[in-house]
Ligand binder design. Sequence first.
Ligand code: PLP
Length: 429
Amino acid sequence: MSFKNTSDWLNFDREHLWHPYTSMTEPLPCYPIVSAQGVRLTLADGNELIDGMSSWWAAIHGYNHPSLNAALIEQLQSMSHVMFGGLTHLPAVTLGKHLVELTAPPLEHVFLADSGSVAVEVAIKMAIQYWYAQGETNKQKLLTVRGGYHGDTLAGMSVCDPVNGMHNLFQGVLPQHFFAPRPECYADGTSNIDTLEILLSKHQDDIAAVIIEPIVQGAGGMHFYCAGYLQQLRQLCDKYSVLLILDEIATGFGRTGTLFAYEQAKIVPDILCLGKALTGGYMSLAATLTTTRVAQGISADTGVLMHGPTFMANPLACQVANASIELLLASPWKSRIAQIERQLMMQLSSCAQYPVVKQVRVKGAIGVVELHQAVDMKTMQADFVAQKVWIRPFNKLVYIMPPYIINESDLSRLTSTIHHILKHLTLNT
Ligand SMILES: *Cc1c(COP(=O)(O)O)cnc(C)c1O
């Protein structure tokens, strides 16, 4: 069975395939991509789009990179997969060594999961199992902040922002956790962490861990907050005996200007989640790291960590992750990201002049323009594609996080297109 032409397979797609967060009765249009190279996505009609999204934070080296391709081909020729129960292999062990060496010294134990959401599930289980093994069987709740995003599986969803995470729909099945306000830092160096402390002090006997995205809250609203908040959070977690889980699935591997965002606060989490850019955007893979204290704590009383996905530590995914990490470390990533940050600040700040714009924010290789109202996604998406850029707005946000290899003129095309579109946009009243 084959398709006659592009519109034939697009029709099948529309009628049969779910895309992220879409309806089967009123699907939004999808653009057919036939190949990708560097920072360019090629549409079926031959047009090329400059990529502003890195395929959701992941494709940091751009697409179709020769050294990542080579790593995969080489691994494919020896083995693409074996079970990780009772067997092990060099691709996984090499990746474990990279991750242990790159992250803060206390993080020494690695669980290789198959997606970011699963890495979050594993982190939550680690925290609960840790306290359980210490005899603290009531410590099963989590504390988080509003505006977060931690994945789409049930446990991850339960700590997403309760409003845009659609908690109402799943009220009956989602565990109820504690929510502090979205982190806000003030000019005098203080923050709104006091409300979080009140929750911790009241409920510490029931709380296993605080889970939070450090410095940058991603899909829950693209908000940034200060390192000082995280420093205080680390102290509070110690004071009230709860673990600190940092979800760096979006921020990891350089995106905010440091290899990991927690470095900016000079703190170390008890549990760290990585994903997205881990394989340079090639394959689904994620990791949950923890300290010796937590790892040994879980195993007290002969406890075992209760998780083991079928495709755990897939050798292809591990090997492309190894190649991606080596490529990143051998590249001038820090100066590239600093350069992107400077250019984004210079070119996006003036978006604030348009009546539709509420605020412009830049952090590392992330540029965000927040509007006063939600955009008409379908129209704006089509406008961006007509201008030959791939920028996917959501809700009130028009934002970009391009591959680190983007050059000055391609990045200018992204920012000038945002200007062009926002300049002509009017508020609905
Ligand atoms: C994307 C993301 C996840 C979920 O990862 P998936 O691979 O989509 O399951 C979790 N946490 C954060 C911060 C993310 O950005």
